[in-house]
Design a protein around this ligand. Structure first.
Ligand code: ADP
Ligand code: ZN
Length: 521
């Protein structure tokens, strides 16, 4: 008589030491254990590893785990071994003894989980080795690395689909990237086009407070945010390498312990920064998005964006690094018209085909919609990922609802200023016209004789900047990056111009912009 199959709930306690599954884990564990092809989308810190580690113990043979993050693989192998599970890794970082030990476990039939870096799949003999090891399941971590459009693309991930068909075993793919296109690419490339059982779970991270603010004096705003959280570990994300360095320095001058981190630094320096961040308390890392993948620090208490992230997925992944321990964590995202322009330009100037660019603009729009939201941010965020929810009570808008005003007239004035100048000018020049500022450029072009000249004095420059930013956020106007950011009206604006639709904008962010209308010192 064979031994009874261990129950997942029992293994959860006896091997992993957890009393309950996290939201979504149990269904995924069941599907993977039953040998179904599975795609699980869970946020960073949601507990993905358990969803392949636990089924691996219920299934015969070895589970091959493919992950691009060597340090994380090593951590997992160590933890599994400590829990008494036969686990090993074959990576470029192995010593000969380590590799020998893995082969010994395979020969002895004691290996349950075999971790491998994708590069290893390219080496000759990998398939034969995996057959000999009796691989019965493939688990792919960070499955979005198969997407050629993402910035984490790993060419070796393209070999996984082939391996799966060669071995004829089920595959379970895991990622925190939830957008539909990446999902579609994963299905094509890893599952040969046959849709797997798909789970999108646990995106709510209720302990993370959400907040956005209009960017007025970013250095001062980030400094104030950090100062209110002195002594806590935090990350500040910036859009450029140069900015990480200036901001890190500014924070140090403000008495914080802060270091910069970006892909332009030497590998050694970066590793040092990662280690310090993991080990020290109260260190602030000011980084580009190069920082974070593979960082497993449970007590990051806050994440701030000094520049707008590039998509709603990126935003969620980055703030998701805070509060993995479940204790309250705080976030702040700054955004301004320059950010919107920069992100649009990055999309337009990229090498992607036109459909892809359109989709990227749409994803940026989703983030801008979140930035300029008028009610609970979490509802919007989770809604984007396909989850329904009630107002959260843990975002800036739940705490202090936005004041709105009917901005239809202001928007029509702005659109008219753009149209009457041939949609050839940026916000600065249009605001000069609206506020009746007769600059040389305005008079040289005769724009001081336009009927729109001076029709918007009541809002002031800063007020208009907020209006333009919100209009960009609603995609009513778009900077034409081929013409130095000249603003063009979009189709969405036509009904407003024709008087068929009203536009409600946020009064508070306009007031805040006007109050903060002092230049950065
Ligand atoms: P990710 O989804 O980012 O890969 P991990 O698998 O590393 O996340 O899990 C994040 C953290 O959550 C880890 O510290 C892990 O031990 C913990 N964790 C996972 N599942 C559970 C659970 N059911 N109960 C309690 N803690 C859990
Ligand atoms: Zn809320």
């Amino acid at each position: 008589m064979s031994a009874p199959r261990p129950e997942p709930a029992e293994l959860l306690r006896s091997v992993f030491g957890f009393s309950d599954f996290r939201p979504g884990q149990e269904e995924i564990v069941d599907a993977v254990r039953d040998g179904r092809d599975t795609l699980a989308i869970m946020p960073t810190g949601g507990g993905k590893s358990l969803c392949f580690q636990l089924p691996a113990l219920c299934r015969p043979g070895v589970t091959l785990v493919i992950s691009p993050l060597i340090a994380l693989m090593r951590d997992q192998v160590r933890a599994l071994r400590e829990a008494g599970v036969g686990a090993g890794a074959l990576t470029s970082g192995n010593t000969e003894e380590e590799t020998e030990a893995v082969f010994d476990l395979i020969e002895a039939g004691k290996l349950k989980l075999l971790y491998m870096a994708p590069e290893r799949l390219a080496s000759g003999g990998a398939q034969a080795l995996l057959r000999r090891a009796r691989v019965g399941l493939i688990a792919v971590d960070e499955a979005h690395c198969v997407s050629q459009w993402g910035h984490d693309f790993r060419p070796d991930y393209l070999r996984i689909g082939e391996l799966r068909s060669a071995l004829g075993v089920p595959l379970a793919a895991f990622t925190a990237t939830a957008d539909a296109e990446t999902q579609a690419e994963i299905v094509t490339r890893l599952f040969g086009g046959t849709p797997p059982a798909t789970f999108l779970r646990g995106f709510d991270r209720p302990n993370i407070r959400l907040a956005f603010a209009a960017k007025a004096r970013p250095r001062a705003q980030i400094e104030a945010f950090a100062a209110a959280r002195r002594g806590q570990s935090g990350i500040v994300y910036c859009a450029t390498r140069a900015r990480t360095e200036t901001l890190a320095q500014a924070l140090c001058e403000g008495g914080h312990t802060a270091i910069a981190y970006h892909a332009g630094m030497a590998a050694e320096e970066r590793r040092l920064a990662e280690t310090r961040f993991q080990q020290d308390d109260g260190l602030i890392v000011v980084a580009t998005i190069a920082f974070g993948m593979g960082i497993d620090k449970p007590d990051i208490r806050w994440v701030a964006h000094s520049d707008l992230p590039k998509s709603i997925e990126g935003y969620y992944q980055e703030i998701g690094r805070a509060g993995r321990d479940g204790a309250p964590a705080d976030t702040l995202t700054l955004f301004g018209p320059d950010d919107i322009r920069l992100r649009r330009a990055q999309i337009d100037e990229g090498l992607a085909p036109p459909e892809r660019k359109e989709a990227d603009h749409a994803r940026l729009n989703a983030l801008l919609g979140l930035a300029e939201a008028t009610a609970c941010r979490r509802q919007i965020l989770l809604g984007y990922f396909g989850e329904d929810s009630d107002p959260c009570g843990n975002c800036d808008l739940c705490e202090r609802p936005a004041k709105l005003f009917d901005a239809t007239q202001a928007v029509r004035k702005a659109l008219s200023a753009a149209l009457r100048t041939g949609e050839s000018f940026g916000a600065g020049h249009l605001i000069d016209i609206l506020t009746g500022t007769a600059t040389d450029k305005v008079t040289a072009r005769g724009h001081d004789r336009l009927p729109t000249f001076g029709v918007g004095r009541e809002l002031g420059r800063a007020g208009w900047q907020a209006v333009f930013r919100q209009m960009m956020g609603r995609d009513l106007i778009r900077p034409d990056t081929e013409r130095h950011g000249a603003l063009r009206m979009t189709d969405a604006a036509r009904p407003v111009l024709r008087g068929e639709e009203t536009v409600m904008l946020r009064q508070d962010s306009i007031e805040a912009a006007r109050a903060a209308a002092r230049p950065e010192p």
